[in-house]
Design a protein around this ligand. Sequence first.
Ligand code: NA7
Length: 283
Amino acid sequence: MKIGWIGLGNMGIPMAGNLLAAGYEVKVWNRTPNKAEPLLARGAALAGSLAELAAECDIVFTMVSDDEAVKAVYTGPEGLLASGARGTLAVDMSTVSPETSRFVAEQCRQAGFRFLDAPVSGSVGPAKEGKLVIMVGGDESDFAQVKPLLDKLGKLALHLGPNGAGTSAKLAINLLLGITVQGAAETLLFARSMGIPTEQMLTIIAESAVGTPLIRGKEASILADDYPAAFALKHMAKDLRLAREEGVSTPLAESVAACYRAALEDGLGDLDVMAILRFLDRK
Ligand code: NA7
């Protein structure tokens, strides 16, 4: 079985790397080809075009930034579906709107491809460790075919229903992510304003009932005030925008969506989501 991997950003590199490490033959494509170098050094092959990848691979994964990128990769003039290949199983692991997942699924069906939406919960750390949580929409038989590969990428792969169900679940879990990260940031700033040092407050959070591995994993970043992207703030802002477009209008959803959008407009988009702390601190 030959695997294709499209999208070699922060997530795509470690995920495709796990398939290589598991012994699969992997051919990769990235809009900016030189980002493929670390994987080529580990035995991956480089596709010269999306058409080449579609023609040669049985299963093709996509892990690109947003709705526009997914549409470009699938339905663009030089996209996967213009290749004329048939029968390929495409698995989109990007976070996009359920509407985009259903649209791309239908385009795939018309072109003779099969399609699963399979976005993930977890950032670069879990991606490297193969411990992502994968939420899948599409045909159950396609899910069964790809499940052994998903098991190399994640600790849980769950089939949730037809196309769009995976991306719907992803928008829901990322609402909780956005609220949790901003909640921790606001807590730390409030504590600091009363003279409680951040380091000690982080210990209190970690040991309390509301402590989460998420915030524990951000401790070094927070203390160093240095936010290299494990999960970029711009992607959080995108996901909360998509959640609002899906109809969520509850108080915290409205509030965090506005806050991450403002932080994005303030130039913090390429930093980690935890940089919301820096944004709130500046206010
Ligand atoms: P990154 O690190 O921002 O990487 C984004 C990837 O998407 C990268 O490979 C980009 O290629 C690619 N991209 C972006 N726009 C396009 C277009 N128009 N055409 C083709 N390829 C494109 O994101 P992450 O890896 O952190 O996250 C990926 C997804 O998981 C995202 O949906 C998150 O919300 C969750 P480039 O290298 O810039 O040429």
